[in-house]
Design a protein around this ligand. Sequence first.
Ligand code: IMP
Ligand code: MG
Length: 187
Amino acid sequence: MPVPIPDSVDYVLLDEATIEQRVQEMADEISSDYEGIRNEDFLLVGVLKGAFIFLADLSRRLTVPHRVDFIALSSYPDEEVEVSGAVRLIMDTRSDVAGRHVLIVEDITDTGYTLRYLYRLFEARDPASLRTAALLTKPDRREVEVPLHYVGFSIPDVWVVGYGLDFADRFRTLPYIAALKPRVYEG
Ligand code: IMP
Ligand code: MG
């Protein structure tokens, strides 16, 4: 049964099949780049909460062994789309990062502050290598440069929800990625 489209949704930007195909392509590329790696050497770090669905789908499509860990950050206060540039660490990873190949898995890069913060955080922990994967990027919104190694889709400057992405912790479990009606986030 298809999930009904909520009234707050303006239009579907990326449907399930489109996302699935692109995640498979990303997984193929990552699997090929990390070919031959040992399970204990390869760590995917998912950024909570937004990346949980992307990470689940991506990791299950990787053909190389890897471990999974999570980190939680906050950059926007609830109900606010305004950018503060202030990133807060809420929960750190449990894994030892030193000497391991780390791939940060993020839902979306917007201003770039979050990924830059994470990149610096992990860089300081002496990983064997450090790369980033983001399902989405909004290039028009970028304020700081961030190293992006694997990107799913470049999207316009609209607030999107679904496939893990939220607005005020809502709409995360929609199977597609949709633009919200501006009135929803403009209040
Ligand atoms: P940045 O620090 O501005 O790059 O923001 C990155 C974070 O903001 C992402 O991890 C998301 O949690 C959130 N974010 C940015 N744009 C969107 C969006 O369109 N929908 C949902 N979350 C977003
Ligand atoms: Mg996020």
